[in-house]
Design a protein around this ligand. Structure first.
Ligand SMILES: [Zn+2]
Length: 661
């Protein structure tokens, strides 16, 4: 009997594990409740409410409500707005992974049918089909989708595609709003959350003004995201529009991300090669001494770009073993291209590459050994091949995760051979952005790697599309300024609001690092740290020289303080604790209580591009009753204190880390 009970218990546990396993950690199974006639769909950290209609009446994330009014489809007939006289919404299907709702709205011009899929990471996919009424009383003239966000929840924007060399696709929502041509990704939010809207293409849209396909319209209490689906009567019915939404953050920030200590630039033999000629210490030993915990080996680990095998297997195994001996993880490069040197090129290229509407390939990177590498589309059979390749490579070699160069970006593609692109009414081929296919690839990669403790780090400059970004552990952004654009006065080209929107990661729930190609003396890692550290974002060191030494000191000071255990009080909302003078000085702080004593680690930055300043940083009594000691955490220098006010001299575009007790 007892044995039978144990078998039953074991069986239940297994079933439980299996049921849970369908939703990867840290997400939780999708829940559905009915409250006062509403359908409420819950996912980790967020909830959608549907009040007898197929578009959400409210969305909550990060503990707050996003919508100022219910989301709406605005239809116009001949005599102005044509109200929906009938609407409904029903639960169709529910599993741990997703809930599916069916809904409809009818007015005197048209039937609007909705299939709404809500997935465990919060992505809501909507397929909206307009169908003709048997006997319409009026004709549909215009149709807009409107998402009215609460004003304080839509102070920042980000969209993709952006422009290399610029931060124009991220920033503060202008007081008079903005208009955009079609963009596959638009995010509106604030420093701790927001809402992503997405669509793979503008297929079936009829837009009157190309530059106003998507509008961001501030009003007294709301900021409305308006999507111009139809500005003119539909040319045919039925007609389908597909789009998605995703409240952010999409998952909790990992508690230990400050300890990942990622350094870029591993190479074959670094475990044997002396750091400098004649030195006793090898490069790997130096990395270990500097406190590196994660190394990235860029594309040259394999002679074939974005491939999953190397012919230097014994060297790779030796390197991995040497890293593991020192407690260092090794990530290998994967990317976004198919190489002319790949064994599959001749058979696969035409079918799997990204194509432009005129039939050309995209990219064409040139590297050694001589080859050209063209952008590949993950809406093709290559997704399966690459996924299988990565998973089998990890099994074969035992490395610790992947560095994904551009892989999470749904590059615009018009290759009809694998289902990308679409034809306009007059037969013209236009590109589509395969968000859902790249998302599916990323989800499966995450499900294969994350449970094994393997890291997924994405490099994705200008792109923060959460439908795919959700399935990485961290991202590395900033190569769009690789041409030295930030030299001189970095905040001219990259304002703080742009940084908060795209480069901070907390609004998306994914940690970010900043990428810096130095152009000394006008643009160095010191300039960058002056503004990145204010946002709890660090620069990733490239190589094993001065840049690593600089970051190593910061890693060490932050670990010593225990930032992973601390509360973070950034400059835009810490006025009750910290006051700083002059105006060019901004301060963010980490606060911990140790043995009943409050301690702060302050990032004090002079953001003036020209002026050296003597900064006065005053901590309020609420921050800590008495400042006894303030020390430059990197140099050990004691700083003068008068009446809870710390004095620090700061050159232009420099920061100091100040430990206060
Ligand atoms: Zn494609």
């Amino acid at each position: 009997m007892l044995k039978r009970i144990w078998v039953a218990v074991a069986w239940l546990c297994l079933m439980g594990v299996k049921a849970m396993a369908e939703v990867p950690d840290p997400w939780t199974p999708v829940t559905v409740q009915r409250v006062n006639g509403e359908i409420r769909v819950g996912v980790w950290g967020r909830e959608y409410r549907f009040a007898k209609q197929p578009l959400p009446s409210q969305i909550t994330t990060a503990g707050v409500e996003l919508l100022a009014q219910p989301m709406r489809l605005l239809a116009f007939g001949g005599k102005g707005e044509s109200a929906w006289t009938q609407s409904g919404c029903e639960l169709w299907d529910q599993t741990d992974e997703q809930a599916v709702l069916l809904g409809w709205q009818v007015n005197d011009t048209v039937i609007a049918d909705f299939v709404v899929r809500l997935e465990f990471d919060g992505l809501m996919r909507v397929d909206l089909t307009l169908a003709p009424l048997p006997q319409p009383k009026a004709s549909l003239q215009r149709l807009w989708l409107e998402i009215p966000l609460r004003k304080e929840r839509a102070t920042l924007f980000h969209y993709w595609t952006g422009r290399w060399g610029s931060a124009e696709n991220s920033g503060a929502v202008p007081t008079d709003g903005m208009g955009l041509p079609f963009k596959p990704i638009v995010w509106l939010g604030w420093e701790e959350g927001g809402l992503t809207w997405c669509a793979e293409s503008d297929r079936n849209w009829q837009v009157a003004e190309r530059e106003q396909a998507i509008e961001i319209v501030p009003s007294e209490n709301a900021v409305v995201l308006r999507v111009h689906l139809l500005d003119t009567p539909p040319q045919k019915l039925p007609l389908t529009f597909t789009f998605g939404m995703q409240p952010t953050p999409v998952k909790p920030m990992p508690k230990d991300f400050h300890e990942w200590r990622i350094c870029h630039g591993a190479f074959y033999g670094m475990e044997k090669q002396p750091m400098t000629q004649g030195a006793k210490e090898t490069t790997l030993e130096k990395a270990a001494r500097m406190g590196v915990k994660t190394l990235v080996f860029h594309e040259h680990w394999t002679p074939v770009q974005n491939y999953w095998r190397t012919n230097r297997e014994s060297e790779l195994r030796e390197l991995i073993a040497a890293c593991h001996q020192r407690g260092i993880k090794l990530l290998l490069y994967f990317g976004y291209e198919l190489s002319t040197l790949a064994p599959e090129w001749s058979a696969a290229a035409e079918k799997v590459l990204v194509k432009t509407p005129t039939g050309g390939f995209s990219g064409g990177y040139f590297r050694q050994p001589p080859q050209r590498d063209y952008i590949v589309c993950l809406n093709s059979q290559w997704a399966e091949r690459l996924l299988d390749g990565i998973v089998s490579a990890i099994e074969r070699y035992g490395f610790d995760g992947v560095y994904l160069d551009g892989t999470i970006e749904p590059f615009g593609c018009a290759n009809e051979a694998h289902g990308c692109g679409y034809r306009t009414a007059d037969g013209k081929l236009r590109e589509t952005y395969p968000i859902f296919a790249v998302r599916q690839f990323m989800r499966r990669l995450y499900e294969a790697l994350h449970p094994k403790g393997k890291l997924i780090n994405a490099h994705q400059s200008t792109y923060c599309g959460t439908p795919t970004l959700a399935f990485v552990h961290s991202y590395w952004d900033g190569e769009q300024f690789g041409g030295g654009e930030l030299a001189g006065d970095p905040l001219q080209k990259l304002p703080l609001a742009s940084f908060r929107a795209e480069f901070m990661g907390k609004n998306f729930g994914v940690p970010c690092e900043f990428l810096v190609y130095e152009r000394p003396p006008e643009w160095t890692v010191d300039h960058a740290l002056a503004f990145t550290l204010l946002h709890d974002v660090r620069v990733r060191p490239l190589g094993f020289g001065a840049m690593l030494e600089k970051l190593a000191a910061i890693w060490s000071a932050m670990s010593q303080f225990g930032v992973s255990e601390a509360e973070w009080h950034p400059y835009w909302r810490n006025g009750e604790f910290i006051q700083a003078q002059p105006e060019s000085v901004k301060v963010s702080g980490y606060r911990r209580t140790v043995n009943g004593q409050v301690r702060w680690l302050l990032v004090v930055s002079n953001l003036s591009a020209k002026e050296t300043v003597t900064a006065q940083v005053r901590l309020s009594r609420k921050a800590m009753p008495k400042v006894n000691e303030a020390t430059d955490a990197l140099t050990g220098e004691r700083l003068p204190i008068t009446d809870n006010t710390i004095t620090i001299s700061l050159p232009p575009m420099r920061m100091s880390l100040v430990a206060v007790r």
